[in-house]
Design a binder for this molecule. Sequence first.
Ligand code: ATP
Ligand code: MG
Length: 429
Amino acid sequence: MSDKLTAVKGMNDVLPEHAGAWEALEAQVRDLMQRYGYANVRTPVVEPTALFVRGLGEVTDIVEKEMYSFEDRLNGEHLTLRPEGTAGVVRAAVQHHLLHQGGQRLYYMGPMFRHERPQRGRYRQFHQIGVEVLGHPGPDVDAEIILLAADLWQALGLQGVTLQINSLGQPEERRAHRQALVTYLEQHRSALDEDAARRLHSNPLRVLDSKNPAMQPLIEGAPQLLDYLGEASRQHLDAVRAVLQANGVAHHINPRLVRGMDYYNLTVFEFVTDALGAQGTVCAGGRYDGLMQQLGGKPAPGVGWALGVERILELLREQGQGVAATALDVYVVVGTPDAARVAQACRALRGAGARVRMHAASTEGQGSIKSQFKRADASGAAWAMVLGEDELARGVVAMKALRDGQHAEQQREVPLAELGAWWQAQHPG
Ligand code: ATP
Ligand code: MG
């Protein structure tokens, strides 16, 4: 016998027991995106490695150590499983000249890949849902995407996430801050960990993003970028905050919030929780006005966020908000070998919108009607549809309510030809 094959470490199966919660989340997202006027975009999982190196910056955790990169066996191309969604969406927008049609409001959902140490809330294949708004420089759209996220938490019943916001200003402002920061870090050289020592000159801002607890006192005392912002950058931040405030979205400034990617400027933000241990960021984003140009397009502003689906679902489960799997409406009890007519009856109901599972008589055995009713009960369906020889001979089926509630006591015969209409009459609207 050969060894059992298992999934790759850090890459998980979503089994039926949990998939209902995924589907419910995705449905809420689609509905909300449509209400905000955002259009769906789907880009490949595999992209040229250079896209992420150029888009994310060489001195980032992702590019330095987390990418699944490989060479195409046939032509030697350098390829990478996407570690995030923004670079691919921006590439697609440039490649297909989407901005010629004006600003774009886009969203995506899908798997991302990072070679991290697997732990709760941190996987090697994980899923993000993200929005990217391209071609709009103003703080009103920064606020819009934050409101969208806040509305999503509300729709999901998610609680206990707090919003932190900061501004990374503009490149000139960052340069002035960077000088002060490097001077400060050099003065405390002995307190720097290995990553920080390496980034001291290549990307000192990222030192502030360190998760090493030993580094926190040093980070607290570092010069703050906020103190280096000019008037325009300050006004941008104030304008975002004013919209949030007026719409009841609580938030606070976290001056040490810097995002992991190099492409951010002005607004950056994270929604965080303390209920998931160290993996507390459930949604993160910001403005990236330099990225389009960096990826070979005409300069155009962008702003977006991405949320971690696994973290959101885990938080919902933690809060007892587990989404129930979609229930069946009808379990079909089969007392005839006439598979063709059984299938016709099932399809008539499905055509009218009912969720219908047929007892698979060929494998599950025709069994007694009684044992089939046990299965019908266990299935969670509201109705049993009984197809016996006797009923079929008369061109009817027996519909029997299985649950208390509005259909209780009901048991009635319905002509086969009227099944769809009957179902719709039971479920108006
Ligand atoms: P972290 O600081 O937790 O490593 P990050 O800054 O690398 O997060 P982003 O690149 O901003 O994360 O991705 C956006 C969101 O995607 C995160 O806030 C998180 O919810 C989720 N996420 C990121 N990496 C993982 C992962 N390895 N497993 C599960 N979810 C993840
Ligand atoms: Mg990370």
